[in-house]
Design a protein. Sequence first.
Length: 383
Amino acid sequence: MSSRRVGIAGVGTSSFGRFPEQRIEELAWEAIAEAIDDSGLSVSEFDAAFVGSVFGPPGVANRVLAGAGLGGIPAFKIEAACASGTVALHEAQHAVASGRYDNVLAIGVEQLSTKFAGPIVPEPGDPEGRAGLAMPALYALQASRYVQQHQLDAALLAEVAVKNKAHGALNPRAHLSGTPPTSAEVLESRPIAGPLTLLQCCPMSDGAGAAVVTTLNASSNSHVEIMTSQFSSGPLWTSVDDAPWGFRTVASTAARAFTETGLSVQDVDVFEVHDAFTIGEILTLEAIGVAAQGQGAELAPSGHTQLGGPQPVNPSGGLLSRGHPLGSTGLAQTAELVWQLRGQAADRQVADAEIALLETMGGGAAGVDANACVIALLRGPTR
């Protein structure tokens, strides 16, 4: 099997927020149009599309493509919980690398405002469902365990929200882009599942993202290279496991990404990671190796992961501020990192960013250690 170098030629997103008056396809068309225009390709040059969506209606991939003038090409619909859009990117990258296709669209789209008034309810037949562990409760248990195990002040968790909402205030497409809250305001917001408060949880958002994935060649000096894309489905997670839920899956996926590229976590200039809840960013950064276990909570207040710090994390505002429209989150993260690596991120630009890491983890179900995790390492064009 051939293995070709693969890059991202164009990206696009919708705005993120609550848009119940729009059709789900309209959200996707906005992102697709921007990505195709950004790529310089014509509609007729696309060979296939991978569409990530968790709750999109049957046939959503075909309707999205037909309305965008792309009807007739193979349309693959992917559901991998919160990582659906990132798995779409992963599959697009591997399809191009193998020579199966030359130009592929990766799309993520979700419209939660018309579906849910609160957290996604777990399946009653799953262990999480029988225990009543909706996602906020599952993350809250992680947070409680973390602060007790490492003898930390739970107020440290709020600093992740303060940081990401300050970043999101610089992102005009973010769902929550207003004046960022103080640490006290985060801690005093409505309790959701102790110790997590409302402002430590991502909003339920609508939105879409898209990326044009294609081969790299001598004329593609503006493309962002996908150096590697690694995808894991979580193994069984049992009560005897001494690691937090999802930790081993993220850690092993990251290790493969660094091994394949020969890079280390110290080489990464900017990150977009899965921060659906504040504790999620902390544990993810520890699993990736940015900090040792028990020290991740110090990264935000120390300035290490803030804009202007050594390794900014979630300059887009992350899921906590940009929003978390499930299937589109991975492509929104992708778009942000492409803009960062091209130097096009305006007020939230990370200076001299050359290497970026993308991580998305898809929720827990059926007693597994995360449904899915994708980690990609991206390299910017020569500037």
